[in-house]
Design a protein around this ligand. Structure first.
Ligand code: CLF
Ligand code: SF4
Length: 493
């Protein structure tokens, strides 16, 4: 007999094995989206993988308090839902945040989104959050407003969010089963008291579900973040993804747990391990048939500024914002809109290289790319702080994620550290067979080759997808892509 759906809180959850839907159904590709939705995400760097090469976001750290506890969080550091560990430079008042946004928006024409993502929970600090959002909307109405929350206080604030024009909302959902949730969230604020254990998790899940339901009903584009925690919710996330599909969630972002002892979090101190890139990719693949999957998240700081993967924040920390920003805001907005239209025209008019027809039985290959934005292969190997990883196959080129790297070349004073940095980059890219970049020195070139990662500089300044496809086709012509024996490269599937 087929297993029956199990009811957890209000969501009918289909069991993992043999559920009525069988294998996950593919979700719509971005190109197939309704025109109205496509326009709403085309310049949002988190909601659109393409947009993240071109557009910037800014977080304003106006929300210090939180109404729950997560075992992966220590608020001495950023919110681990939406940030990598690192102390928020400075918490801002709403007035300071509005001025800082106007300053950045004047200087960074590709800025398209302003979000509130901590360092606590945006909706545990509703007055500060709403004052900030209202001020930004008044002075820079072209900027999209975005918000991230754990969802506990979401139901009561959906109407205000909609009135303020916040159409992109992220809710962190790590579990839809209170038993699993209780292992992640030791307490949540309840009516007049703190709740603990499964009662706490159950309240959090109910509030999240009700909040998501109301947001979807009102037409918001809801993204759900889930932290992948090995040994706790790694198997359970398929159930979460199925539940989200039933709720009309637009995008699912499964992020790796960050847990190091020095962060002082419960999981870090307990030695809970972080997932490997292969484990993360496998869980994303397993869940990606239910809801559109985000793979380009950088787990930003709660005060991040710039395109994903770059941090312009320090540039705006050194001095206070200049005067008269509010008086100039209208003119700056017009310049920004013109810049945005030009970027979008460039994205649409980029001529894609026509793919060759290929033998469908050829094996897929992972490749790493060094880029500093614009969707181009335009970064020197030694200057890359991260590499984008693509999977090429006869069916096409697909973005898989990113791998962090330390800076190999930061000046002559650091020459002694280069070998260690190189070795750590080689480890981060060990499952890649090729690396595409603008330039690479002879030393790292040889080390990459020796590690089985073939460097390529012949596609410098080309579109990433075109370069990756060209390398894949060349590998096919050289007879290097014959189907692999069973087991070999089994993780590239
Ligand atoms: Fe910020 Fe989040 Fe809005 Fe993006 S981040 S509030 S949706 S504007 Fe983006 Fe950063 Fe990942 Fe968040 S890369 S952590 S998903
Ligand atoms: Fe920390 Fe965010 Fe969890 Fe609150 S919701 S405890 S700020 S990770």
């Amino acid at each position: 007999m087929a297993p029956q759906p199990k009811r957890l809180c209000d969501i009918p959850v289909v069991p993992l094995e043999g559920g009525p839907t069988g294998r996950p159904q593919p979700v719509q590709e971005a190109d197939d989206l309704p025109e109205g939705v496509r326009r709403r995400i085309q310049d949002h760097p988190c909601y659109s993988e393409q947009a993240h090469h071109h557009f910037a976001r800014m977080h304003v750290a106006v929300a210090p308090a939180c109404n729950i506890q997560c075992h992966y969080c220590n608020r001495k550091y950023d919110c681990a839902n939406e940030s990598r560990p690192g102390v928020v430079s400075r918490r801002l008042t709403p007035a300071e945040a509005i001025d800082r946004v106007l300053w950045v928006a004047e200087q960074v024409p590709e800025l398209s989104v302003v979000g509130i993502a901590g360092p606590g929970d945006a909706l545990a600090n509703p007055e500060r959050t709403f004052q900030t959002l209202e001020g930004i909307r008044r002075h820079a109405p072209d900027l999209k407003l975005c918000l991230s929350t754990n969802g506990l206080a979401l139901p009561e604030h959906v109407d205000t969010l909609m009135e303020l024009g916040v159409e992109h909302v992220t809710v962190t959902v790590n579990a839809v089963d209170p038993e699993v949730g209780a292992r992640i969230h030791p307490w949540v604020r309840g009516p007049g008291c703190r709740l603990h254990g499964e009662a706490a998790a159950e309240r959090l899940i109910r509030q999240q579900q009700e909040g998501i339901r109301r947001l979807v009903e009102r037409g918001a584009l809801v993204k759900v973040n889930s932290v992948l925690i090995p040994g706790i919710n790694d198997r359970h996330l398929r159930e979460v993804a199925r539940a989200l599909r039933g709720q009309g969630v637009f995008l699912h972002n499964i992020m790796p747990l960050i847990a190091r002892p020095e962060h002082g979090t419960r999981f870090g101190l307990d030695g809970r391990r972080e997932p490997t890139p292969a484990e993360l990719a496998a869980v994303r693949d397993a869940c990606g048939g239910d809801v559109r999957m985000m793979r380009h998240c950088r787990q930003c700081r709660a005060d991040a500024v710039g395109r994903l993967g770059e941090d312009l924040g320090p540039r705006f920390e050194r001095e206070p914002p200049p005067p008269a920003l509010r008086e100039r805001a209208g003119a700056a907005g017009l310049r920004r809109q013109a810049a945005r239209a030009a970027i979008l025209r460039g994205m649409e008019s980029r001529p894609g290289r026509a793919p060759e027809t290929m033998d469908p039985s050829l094996r897929p290959v992972r490749m790493a790319v060094a880029t500093r934005g614009g969707g181009l292969i335009n970064e020197h190997f030694g200057h890359a702080r991260e590499f984008l990883v693509y999977r090429a196959s006869p069916q096409g080129v697909r973005f898989e994620g990113h791998r962090r790297a330390d800076l190999y070349c930061s000046g002559p004073q650091d020459c002694g550290d280069r070998e260690a940095v190189l070795q750590s980059t080689l480890r981060a890219l060990e499952d890649c067979e090729a690396l595409l970049c603008a330039r690479v020195g002879i030393g790292p070139w040889k080390a990459l080759e020796a590690a089985g990662i073939q460097p390529h500089v012949g596609h410098a300044m080309a579109c990433i997808e075109d370069g990756v496809r060209a390398v894949y086709e060349a590998m096919a012509k050289a007879g290097r892509l014959q189907p692999s024996p069973a087991g070999l490269l089994a993780d590239v599937s």
